[in-house]
Structure formats: C-alpha cells, structure tokens
Write a protein that binds this ligand. Structure first.
Ligand SMILES: Cc1ncc(C[n+]2csc(CCOP(=O)(O)OP(=O)(O)O)c2C)c(N)n1
Length: 675
C-alpha cells in the first residue's frame, strides 16, 4: 500500500482532502452512527474553501467581518468538525473521537454555541439555506450603514453548502426566490449535486433542472463537473465572488461516499457507518494507512494550521481600520457598539407612547406599530418586516426606506408571502449580529414558520415576532385564519417567549420587555380588534407584565381572595367586568393578568404564591384559545373558559358572544366555581 504523498501540489491536495474524508469515516465508525458519505464526497470543497477562499481567523471566530459559513446539510457535520479541528478553531482530535456522545462538542448535527465556528444550528434541511439569506441581508445592510472613507466596514461573503434535500425543501425555494429578488451578491451556495439522497437516487423524486431553476430565481449559476477538481472549484468560487449583483450557486457534481469500493454513489453511504470491512477497503482504495485511526499527517496539520492563522493579517488590518474610524467618528462608533451589543440608545424608554384612561379603545397591533416606530430611532439597526402583511401587522417603519439592491440601508424588508423563509432569515440576521431583526405575520401563520421558530428557540436567536389577528377576534376571515392551538404550541416550545398583552399599556410594556430581551425569540401576540384601555389609576400598573403575570384587580380584603380569575389579552376586560360584579355582591374576587406564562413560571415561589395563593382552589382561566395547558394554572378544582374547537366566520362581537366570551358567562362560571 502506498502512503499519503506530499510530492506535488496535486498529491498534497489529495492527501489533505483524504485526511478530511477519513476523519469523517473514522468518527462515524467510532460512533457507529452518523453520515460519512457527504463529507467523503465534498471534502475537496471544504479543503478549497478553508485554505483558499474563506476569510477567517480561526483564533478569533467572532471577528465581526469574517466570512460566514453555513453547513445547511447539517447531517454532514463531520465535514465541519474536521475543518474546525484542522484549522484550529478550538475543537480537538479528542472532540472528534467523541462525535455524537453525551456532552461532546461534536453533536450529531452542528449546534450553534456548542463549539466556536458553528455559525448556526442545522439539520432540518433547508433551514441553513434560509439562515444564510438572513446573514447576507444583515451583511448588506450593515455594509451600507457603517462606512469609513474607504467603504463598508462590514464586507464579507456568506458561503453555504447545501444538499439535494436542502434544495427539495420549500423553505430553500422561498429563501432563494427572496435572495434573487434582493440581489444578494455576496451569498454563495455550493450545491452538493451527488444525485443520491437518504432513500436512494434523487432521480426517484427530484426531476427539475436545479441550475435552471436558480437561474430563473435571478441567481448567477455555475457547474463544476468533478468535485475533486480543486482548480475548477477555485475558478468557480473566484467567479462567484466577482459577481456582485446576484447570489451565486455552484452545482458541484460529487460522489457520495467517494472512494468506498462498494458504497460510493449509493444511499448506503449516506447515513450509517461504513462498517469495519468497508472502512479498510476504502482506506486501501485511496492509499490511506489503516492505522492509526483519526490519522492526520504532520504536514497536513501544519498546512491547515497555517491556513487557519493566515486571516490574522486581514483581521488585524480590519481592526486597525475600525480603530481609526472610531477615533474620527465617535458617534458612529457608539452606534456600532450598541448595535453589536443589541442595546438601544439612551432615552428610548421615554420615547414610548403613553396611554391613559382617556385614550380611546385601540387595537394592540396599532399600539405595537406606534412602539416600533417610536423605538426605531433608538435602534437604528433594527430591521425587519412582514410576509406581505405589513399594513395589517403594523410593522412598517414610517421614516425608513425599503431594503433593496439600490437602497441596502433600507430598514423595511418586504419578505413577500414567504413566512418560512422570513423566520429562517430572521434567525440568520440575529446570528449574524449587528442587527435587531423583527418579523410579522398573522398569528395563525406561525404554522408556516414553525421549524424556524423552533430552531430560533434552540439557538437562543433574539428575533422579535409581531403576530397579529390573535384569536376569533379577527372576525369574518373565519376559522382558517383564527388561531386556536397556536398559543399552546408556542408556549410549549422551550426558550420561546410568548407575550399576549391585554391593552395598550401592556403592549407598551411588552415592547419594553422585547427591546432588552436578547436571550431568545419573543412573540408579541396582538389583536386586530380594538380593546378598551384599562384604567390604571383604578387597577394595577402594566409594568407587572415584566413578571409574566400580576394582580390587576383585587377585592380589598385582608383574608385575601376566594376566587382568582386569570386571563390574557383581549379576555382580560371580560375578567374585569365579571370581577366588578362579584365584588359588588361581596365576593372576594381577584383578577390576574397573565400576558406571559413562561415568565411567570420563572418567578420565585413567593411571588407566584402572592399572585396565585396556593389555598385558593377556585381559579378560572379565560382565554379565547384552546384550554390545553391551563390546568397548570387553575389546578384540578379550577375551570377554564376557552375554545377547544375551530372558530367561525362572523363579526368578532358575534363570535365572542357565541363562544361564551362575555362578562355574563365569565361571571356565571365564576359563581359556579364558588358553589
Ligand atoms: C426537514 C428534514 N427532513 C428530513 C430529514 C432527514 N434527512 C436527513 S438527510 C436527508 C436527505 C439526504 O439527501 P441529501 O440531502 O441529498 O444528502 P446526501 O445524501 O447527499 O448527504 C433526509 C431526508 C432532515 N434532516 N430534515
């Protein structure tokens, strides 16, 4: 058997590429699970990218102007882990040996935050593609926003590796269509055209001409006929970078499981260890030593370590440039710092609108729009928009332009009717940093964003969602548009914070919370219909919202309440109406407004007991949505008024009456509980 050769640049390239291949093969074999085939086929792409194209400094993985790399085909995680080890991001050989084991830094799919250099969490196909579009949007916006005499201070590419599965997913189609429309010239997708997916050849399920499809999306397209032809890859990557007005896709014909005598070009190489015999046969076939496993030739390691450190020069030059800019533009520099710290400029609290008892009834969506616009000058890199419902969601920034190729500093993003790509892109924007993304649609269409919402929560990506038309209160559009189970769904998602304010003042308080909420996604769930403004002189102030739930109204009684009515959003006014009647009849009633359940449950026991006294079994929840989950609050002896069916098409007031969301009905059910 021949040993790895370092004789010529070509053979050295191959030795490097085979090192990547066999790190993946050995790690998957050691774990006895994982996906070796994709890294084996695309190792040359990773090699070319990390040694000749990507702008990065492995010792400073958070350098704001680094190129972003997204492995959308997250199942090929070993490809990324191998590069992060070889180029010295901080992963060790030991980490690779612990691939897919509990507590390792090399989980089955790449997870943002688990190891440096993982720009986003991928695995659910198509999501990474959508994230990358968001990163490219953030880059274009920041590049137009922060400039010195030489040009943009943020000026980098976003690279993606996407597989057949990625391109089959709808979210990638939406995101690609959006990227083409927006002319994101610094987005470069490497498409792993290996013609095999999990169940077999892609020919069984995937017919369209992918390259023509992207050309139709207004992308710049290229093909590379052989993934192992690194010179052709280099040329294509160079041409992709030279194309500045269209995103680029390079379809790279590769071979899944490359080098495996029996499994190459078959789906058997996709998602299982090759097996010891086939590992041996593959190593022999490619001229690789059988032992040791996880073998990295010294020269190869040295070569990658040098590549990993090479970007230090560019990073230092960039830092010096930014330092000089800071000295001459201190105000801009302060804006930059706040943008990357996600901090609003001082004075923002005072700028928020104020609503009093004399304010006319107002929909919480309208209040949200007023807050967003009041905050806009204080968060100059807050950008976002809606999936073609900006006028309904009240998400338009009135003094800002549309984000477009000829106005990249525009802050209003027209996502089009592409909810899923909007949420995936918003995650990417949040992960990129420097921008504060927000996204709006009808609450019911969270169904169309669900995979991205979940991943945003998993990553702790701070996106603000403006979700309006929150219940049957939207009226005549009917049950297709009326959310019923959506509050429960989002509340059940770990790390996703859901706020459903009761009136104008709570909506302002909700935005106050959202502005400083940087640990994960937050949704403001808002009404289409007008709601009365609660008299805060008579009832408790709305800043109780910051603790998730608070006592809004209470009978003045030393013994404490005998019944607690807990409500959210538009139903709080009904609870108040019933409460007043009960109090007039001598009942020690209490109303708790509970705009955010997770925040309330996170409070200490003493506060929770003060709001919901443990001795009070008579608890009634009121929410125009499924009662699922409310037993946690009302207990076995409580009761819930909700909607455990779909709504109907009629004016809102008729629907509220028909489904029992009236003061009379709340009063009756409270009385029944007291009995
Ligand atoms: C949304 C989603 N659906 C299904 C899967 C399960 N899955 C993982 S990879 C894959 C397809 C593999 O084909 P391809 O994308 O071409 O990757 P390759 O086999 O070339 O590595 C599937 C269905 C997934 N990860 N995400």
């Amino acid at each position: 058997m021949t040993l790895p050769s370092f004789d010529t640049p070509e053979t050295f390239d191959k030795t490097c590429v085979d090192t990547i291949r066999f790190l993946a093969v050995d790690a998957v074999q050691r774990a006895e699970s994982g996906h070796p085939g994709m890294p084996m086929g695309l190792a040359p792409v990773a090699h070319a990218l990390w040694t000749r194209h990507l702008k990065y400094d492995a010792a400073h993985p958070d350098w704001p102007d680094r190129d972003r790399f997204v492995l959308s085909a997250g199942h090929g995680s070993m490809l990324l882990y191998a590069m992060l080890y070889l180029t010295s991001y901080g992963l060790t050989l030991d980490d690779l040996e612990r691939f897919r084991t509990l507590g390792s830094r090399t989980p089955g799919h790449p997870e943002h935050g688990v190891a440096p250099g993982i720009e986003t969490t991928t695995g659910p196909l198509g999501q990474g593609f959508g994230n990358a579009v968001g990163m490219a949007i953030a880059e274009a916006f920041l590049g137009a926003t922060f400039r010195d005499g030489r040009g943009p201070l943020v000026d980098h590419f976003t690279y993606v590796i996407a597989s057949d599965g990625d391109l089959m997913e709808g979210v990638a189609s939406e995101a690609a269509s959006l990227a083409g429309h927006l002319g994101l010239g610094k987005l470069i997708v490497l498409y792993d055209d290996n013609q095999v997916s999990l169940d077999g050849p892609t020919a069984a399920a995937f017919t369209e001409d992918r390259v023509a499809r992207f050309a139709a999306y207004a992308w710049h397209t290229q093909t590379v006929a052989d993934a192992n032809d690194t010179a052709a890859l280099d040329a294509a990557l160079k041409a992709a970078r030279a194309e500045s007005t269209r995103p680029s896709i390079i379809a790279v014909r590769s071979h899944i499981g490359y080098g495996s005598p029996h499994l190459q070009d078959t789906s058997k190489a996709h998602g299982a260890a090759l097996g010891l015999d086939e590992v041996r046969a593959t190593k022999e076939n490619l001229g690789w030593p059988l032992e040791p496993t996880f073998y990295v030739p010294d020269d190869v390691l040295l070569f990658y370590r040098e590549a990993g450190a090479r970007g230090a020069t560019a990073r230092c030059a960039w830092e010096e440039r930014v330092a000089a800019w800071r000295a001459t533009s201190p105000d801009d520099a302060a804006r930059w710092d706040r943008a990357f710290d996600r901090e609003p400029a001082p004075g923002w609290r005072e700028a928020l609108p104020v609503y009093g008892p004399d304010s006319p009834a107002v929909a919480t969506r309208s209040v949200s729009g007023a807050c967003l616009n009041a905050l806009a000058p204080f968060l100059p890199t807050m950008i976002g928009g809606s999936a073609d419902l900006a006028s309904s969601n009240d998400t338009q920034l009135k003094d800002a332009d549309i984000f477009a190729p000829d106005s990249p500093s525009g802050r209003n993003i027209w996502f089009g009717v592409r909810e899923h790509a909007m949420a995936a892109a918003a995650n990417g924007m949040a992960l990129h940093g420097g921008v504060v993304p927000y996204a709006g649609t009808f609450f019911v269409f969270t169904d169309y964003m669900r995979p991205a919402l979940r991943l945003g929560a998993l990553m702790g990506a701070p996106v603000k969602y403006v979700l309006t038309h929150d219940s049957i209160g939207l009226g005549e559009d009917g049950p297709t548009h009326q959310p019923v189970e959506h509050l429960a769904m989002l509340r059940a998602t770990p790390g996703f914070t859901v706020v459903r304010p009761a009136d104008a003042a709570e909506t302002v308080a909700a935005w106050r919370l959202a502005v400083t909420w940087n640990t994960g996604p937050m949704a403001l769930v808002l009404t289409r219909q007008k709601l009365p403004v609660i008299d805060r002189a008579r009832y408790a102030p709305a800043d109780g919202l910051a603790r998730g739930a608070y006592v809004l109204a209470d009978a003045a009684a030393a013994e404490g309440p005998e019944i607690v009515i807990v409500a959210t959003g538009s139903e709080v006014q009904l609870a108040l109406g019933a409460h007043e009647r009960l109090v007039a009849e001598g009942v020690r009633s209490r109303v708790v407004s509970m705009p955010c359940r997770s925040l309330f449950f996170a409070q200490d026991q003493a506060y929770r007991d003060a709001v919901l006294p443990p001795g009070v079994a008579a608890r009634l929840s009121v929410e125009a949505a499924t009662t699922f989950g409310w037993r946690d609050v009302v207990g076995d002896h409580g009761d819930s008024i909700g909607l455990d069916r779909f709504g109907a098409s009629a004016p809102a007031a008729e629907l509220f009456a028909a489904f029992g969301f009236t003061v009379d009905h709340v009063y009756d059910r409270a009385r029944a509980l007291l009995r």
